[in-house]
Write a protein that binds this ligand. Structure first.
Ligand SMILES: [Zn+2]
Length: 426
């Protein structure tokens, strides 16, 4: 079938031609130079609040070449045209807080995963996790710690980049850093040295550990600024981590749920704070003033509440606390980015975070931005992904319906493209 000189193919035929084998991305170089025109019902570009009806997107060489109304675009001769009626095309989603080396605590609790699962088993599982996360529309993950799996994330990232396994783009943290005896596994007799789920360091020694992790290819340095009992590192220690990482061009992400942990991390200049359910207006104002973004991880709170047997997960104390924090964060105008802590709960389900952010007070469009352009900016990829804009990576997803009106549409993924290559298969 041809229309206006285009070769029009159905999505299924096109997918069949472009994707080589189940779960494999198309990778042939000859496909890379061929222009593809994608025609959904509308395009959400990641930045403009309204979706653009009737827009098409031209993709070539792994990049977005053009986007707009067909009459306003220069469309190369003889492109492949992919019609996606009934869908909205938007930037591939970003989860700024994942753990590809964890699987749902419904299957095995954290401690058993860290202490009893062989590294090779964990890596094999991780390849499935990548596939599930990509299929659910996530084309970029910032993976915040291997939880006892060493530097496996560095090798997995390379495997994705080399096309050995399909997966989202990855920013990795490697082992993450904790103050001595403040993490887990914990609770053993004091005479035993139990392996920890992150690397321990304190005081001046933090400088060496930060350099060591970055030298082993950490894209981001993850620290745990507090635990359930309160803050762990001093503000000076966090500042040392931030300064050392900054010298080497790396941002710092801080786990913090308590007010004092959040205050110390924000004051010391971290880039993002994870969880933050204990935050109040004052600390979110401090974060906003310091340009620190917040990654609320609501999905893992909901998951934990359900696992804990609480009848109405939405009424759990921690979710109630997080709801209050979310209101304060909106009032303080802190930058909120999408991050779910996927891995603690099942991979492939991270889209739930966008729904919860709407439930907690963002508009659907704000939630989508938090998972696209806003997240990209906060994690240092703002000029590469997160927008449907010329010269950006062709990381695009098509979802059924219109997620700018009904956020649940974001869970109905029809197509996933990463770097111009269509991924299929779960
Ligand atoms: Zn986490």
């Amino acid at each position: 079938m041809s229309r206006r000189g285009f070769i029009v193919v159905s999505l299924s035929v096109w997918l069949g031609a472009i994707a080589h084998g189940e779960g494999q991305p198309a990778s042939a170089a000859d496909e890379a130079s061929k222009a593809v025109v994608i025609r959904p019902d509308r395009v959400f570009d990641g930045v403009t609040p309204e979706a653009h009806a009737g827009w098409v997107v031209v993709v070539r060489g792994g990049l977005i070449e053009g986007v707009g109304l067909p009459g306003e675009l220069s469309i190369p001769d003889g492109p492949e045209v992919v019609d996606l009626p009934g869908t909205t095309l938007l930037p591939g989603l970003i989860d700024a807080h994942s753990h590809i080396l964890l699987h749902s605590y419904d299957e095995a609790n954290w401690e058993d995963q860290v202490l009893k699962e062989p590294l090779a088993l964990r890596v094999c599982r991780a390849t499935n996790h990548l596939r599930l996360d990509l299929a659910s529309g996530f084309t970029t993950l910032r993976d915040l710690g291997t939880e006892g799996a060493g530097y496996a994330d560095v090798g997995i990232k390379r495997a994705v980049e080399q096309g050995i396994v399909p997966g989202p783009r990855l920013l990795v943290a490697t082992r993450a850093i904790v103050a001595t005896r403040t993490y887990a596994p914990a609770g053993f007799a004091p005479e035993w040295d139990i392996p920890q789920g992150a690397e321990e360091a304190d005081g001046e020694a933090l400088r060496k550990v930060v350099r060591d992790q970055i030298g082993r290819r950490a894209d981001v340095v993850k620290i745990y600024a507090d635990d359930a009992r309160g803050p762990t590192f001093s503000e000076g220690e966090i500042r040392l981590v931030v300064e050392t990482a900054k010298t080497l061009g790396r941002p710092v992400s801080a786990h913090a749920s308590t007010l004092e942990g959040m205050r110390r991390a924000a004051s010391a200049g971290v880039s993002t704070i994870e969880h933050g359910n204990g935050g109040d207006l004052e600390v979110f104002k401090l974060m906003a003033a310091k340009g620190v973004a917040w990654c609320p991880t609501l999905t893992v709170f909901e998951f934990s509440a359900r696992r804990g047997g609480e009848k109405a997960a939405s009424e759990s104390p921690r979710l109630r606390q997080a709801r209050g924090a979310f209101r304060a964060a909106i009032e303080a105008k802190v930058t909120i980015i999408n991050g779910s802590d996927v891995g603690a709960f099942a991979h492939g389900e991270a889209g739930r975070e966008l729904e919860l952010m709407v439930d907690f007070g963002l508009t659907p469009t704000q939630s989508l931005m938090a998972a696209t352009s806003v997240a990209a900016q906060a994690i240092g990829l703002g000029d590469k992904v997160g927008q449907v804009k010329p010269k950006f990576a062709a990381d695009l997803i098509a979802v059924e319906g219109d997620p700018t009106g009904d956020i649940h549409a974001v869970r109905k993924v029809r197509m996933v493209m990463k770097g111009g290559e269509v991924f299929r298969g779960k």
